[in-house]
Design a protein around this ligand. Structure first.
Ligand code: DGJ
Length: 721
């Protein structure tokens, strides 16, 4: 619901449980008023009476507007916090003072062109603000829906003048909130094989900025930050989330100023960014998803999970049962042939797996990571009879077939590179950085994207492929394209990203029956932008039964369980060397899109029986993974236990997975309170053969199993009447 009150010139935007208010003050600025629990229009006059606003007379004397809570920070006229949008004109000036011009409220949403965005919304408000000193206008867009706790924002910057201008900063959103001395910031930091660790630190005067300069959202920092009130915990307290629907280099900053205001803003990273805006042209920023919850971190996460499922992920895929896959990567790495693959496929069929996924190494001259990328035609020396033989073998056993690609990459030892050395990102005269021995294709060039579309489409057209894993195994360096003039090089990284989105859009819409899984050396590009095209993403290359609990826990802060591709791999684990029970690896992986990443034919008879049972069990609960509400019951970073529950929306069924990390001799009993069930309902926990009320489970709790190192348990709960 969006309301405009003409008398007070105020806007009230409300979703399921939140409201967001702002007004046009006497001096003509769009001033932020309120963001928090849902309120009514009747509250607006009170909020305005509490807001200190600049006097127009003062402004004529050029008084500073530094203390005014803004919706778009400007540069050079007394707003001393960092600006949201900066546009340099040909006369060298970049100063700005954006004032309200007009607004419109309409049903639905303005879809972005060539970029991921929400697919629908109930209403959108566009407030147009105009610079006092130039012909630059900005549309601030706000989309809300009655059933969602997420407000979606972005900005469109327009050059209404007759000369070109250079945008040097174009963030998607800005909001100034009261700081009150007691907020902490949570972000998801990490590295390869240990992605998205929640890190929370108190904020204080100054700026906390998280960013990626790597050309993709990155393993190191996810494009998401949450602000936590002093009393915020997993189940209660206020928290605000800020997530970008963007997969390229980004920045989000939390700036506490001398007036005890906190400016939250973010978008495309402005570091080395520039965009030439010709006369009459406009530039759209990616969307940002803002979320308020007064039910703590858990409430915020569930709001984001619903948001991604209802508004971002492809509706034809989001709630559709995902295939249980077996992937050959850790089973064979590059060293496979038909003789090695067929036994895996045969065993997979016997155990109930749905799809066999052939990973890296099936194409070109690809026997290790030094060659072949870009040559997307089958290596018949390795796979005698080509892909068809493997696919026919799968079909004969009742399995579907999936295939790995790394569309954005090229090896120098490849036919593609020999034919088009200029298609790789590099600067003449400078030896390019090689990471994993490969270079990145210049996706800012349309002919490169067209070529990759054609070769990948050919493979998908000529073969029965139901699943594609789209990988990306390195950061971008050199940041240069020969296709842009000197003064436009700052556009390169964003143009690269637009090329990736273009290819993803064309491939996913040309092959609507194929399930595309995202991947970037594990979870290096796990973000809202990618989820628009790929309903699931390979969460991490670390599949260790213990470490995975932490990675999945951190990822769940923002992203739903169904988006996390999770596989059971062999022991000792290839990343950590640790051995964990097969039950534990299965239980932890069952909290996402499930599969296996090992040579099934090498398992013992007992292990095969267990795998068969795991697959059957997963098929009983996969609707909860796809559609349920996630409750994090124990924090694996702070306790000896990991425990999570998925509950059906009607609270009649639940599935709990727990793991105990270290065994302690003579340890005391630990009680775990189970929040998220219905107080008044009674549940049968089948494994324990007890019936108990939701009230008792959240009030008293349940004694956690005392099992050996990395031992796990699963509990299935169903309402009894
Ligand atoms: C990185 C991925 O995360 C792995 O699963 C695997 O596909 C390799 N790349 C293949 O090169």
């Amino acid at each position: 619901m969006i309301r405009f009150d003409l008398e007070t010139k105020s806007f009230l935007l409300s979703g399921k449980n939140y409201s967001y208010a702002m007004f046009v003050n006497e001096a003509g600025f769009l001033q932020q008023l309120y963001y928090g629990k849902k309120i009514a229009e009747i509250d607006l006059p009170f909020l305005i009476s509490q807001a200190e606003s600049p006097d127009p007379e003062d402004l004529n004397m050029d008084m500073s507007t530094d203390w005014m809570p803004s919706e778009c920070g400007s540069f050079g006229r007394g707003d001393f916090k960092s600006a949201t949008v900066i546009v340099k004109r040909n006369n060298g000036s970049a100063m700005s003072r954006f004032k309200y011009q007009s607004h419109k409220i309409f049903d639905g949403v303005k879809l972005l062109k060539g970029m991921p965005c929400i697919r629908h919304a109930e209403n959108t408000l566009t407030v147009t603000i105009k610079d006092d000193f130039s012909d630059i206008e900005i549309d601030l867009n706000y989309s809300v829906s009655e059933n969602s706790d997420v407000l979606v924002r972005n900005a469109t910057i327009r050059n209404g003048g007759e000369e070109s201008a250079d945008i040097v900063k174009a963030f998607s959103f800005c909001i100034d909130l009261p700081y009150s001395g007691k907020l902490s910031a949570l972000r998801l930091a990490g590295n390869w094989a240990r992605e998205r660790k929640p890190v929370t630190t108190p904020l204080s005067d100054g700026t906390l900025r998280i960013e990626s300069t790597r050309g993709h959202s990155s393993h190191a920092m996810n494009p998401f930050m949450a602000l936590l009130s002093a009393d915020c915990n997993e189940n209660s307290g206020d928290c605000y989330g800020f997530a970008l629907i963007y997969s390229g280099s980004f920045a989000i900053s939390a700036e506490v100023d001398c007036h005890q205001c906190i400016r939250m803003q973010g978008g495309i990273n402005d570091y080395m960014f520039a965009w030439k805006l010709g006369a009459g042209e406009s530039f759209q920023t990616p969307q940002a998803a803002l979320c308020f919850s007064n039910e703590g971190l858990g409430g915020m996460s569930r709001a984001y999970h619903d948001f991604f499922r209802c508004y971002i992920i492809n509706p034809s895929k989001v709630y559709k049962r995902r295939p249980i896959v077996v992937n050959n990567w850790e089973a064979t790495y590059f060293g496979f042939n038909n003789e090695k693959l067929f036994p895996i496929i045969d065993e997979a069929a016997k155990l109930g797996v749905d799809t066999f996924v052939l990973d890296d190494g099936w194409f070109g001259k690809r026997d290790d990571d030094r060659s072949g990328l870009g040559d997307w035609f089958v290596n018949e020396n390795k796979l005698i009879g080509g892909l068809k033989t493997v696919i026919d073998h799968c079909k004969g056993k009742g399995l579907k077939f999936g295939l790995w690609f790394e569309p954005e990459m090229v090896s120098e030892d490849s036919d593609l590179y020999r034919a088009h050395p200029d298609w790789a990102i590099k600067k003449e005269g400078v030896t390019p950085c090689r990471s994993r021995n490969q270079l990145v294709l210049d996706f800012s060039r349309k002919e490169v994207v067209d070529y990759v579309y054609n070769v990948v489409s050919k493979i998908l057209n000529e073969n029965e492929i139901s699943y594609v894993k789209w990988d990306k195994n390195r950061d971008i360096t050199e940041n240069y394209t020969s296709s842009l003039p000197v003064d436009r090089q700052g556009e390169f990284l964003h143009r690269y990203m637009l090329g990736v989105y273009d290819l993803a859009e064309r491939l996913t819409s040309s092959f609507p029956n194929v399930l595309f899984e995202g991947c970037a050396g594990g979870g290096g590009r796990f973000d809202g932008g990618m989820l628009y095209y790929f309903p699931q993403i390979w969460t991490s290359d670390d599949t260790d039964g213990l470490e995975r609990t932490k990675i999945q826990y951190g990822t769940s802060m923002c992203y739903p369980a169904s988006t996390m591709s999770c596989h059971v791999s062999a022991c000792p684990n290839h990343q950590t060397g640790r051995t964990t029970p097969l039950e534990t690896r299965g239980a932890v992986a069952s909290l996402g899109a499930f599969g296996y990443e090992l040579d099934l034919s090498k398992l013992s008879k007992e292990e095969k029986e267990r795998v068969k049972a795991q697959i059957l069990d997963y098929k009983e609960i996969d609707d909860l993974i796809l559609k349920g509400d996630l409750y994090r019951l124990s924090d694996p970073f702070k306790s000896n236990y990991f425990c999570e529950m998925l509950v059906s929306k009607d609270k009649t069924r639940a599935y709990i997975v727990g793991e105990r990390f270290r065994n302690e001799p003579n340890g005391h009993e630990e009680l775990l309170k189970i929040h998220g069930l219905a107080d008044e309902k009674f549940y049968l926990i089948s494994e324990l053969n007890v019936t108990v009320s939701g009230k008792a489970l959240s009030g008293k709790g349940i004694v956690l199993p005392r099992i050996g190192d990395c031992g796990s348990w699963t509990w299935h709960m169903v309402e009894v009447r």
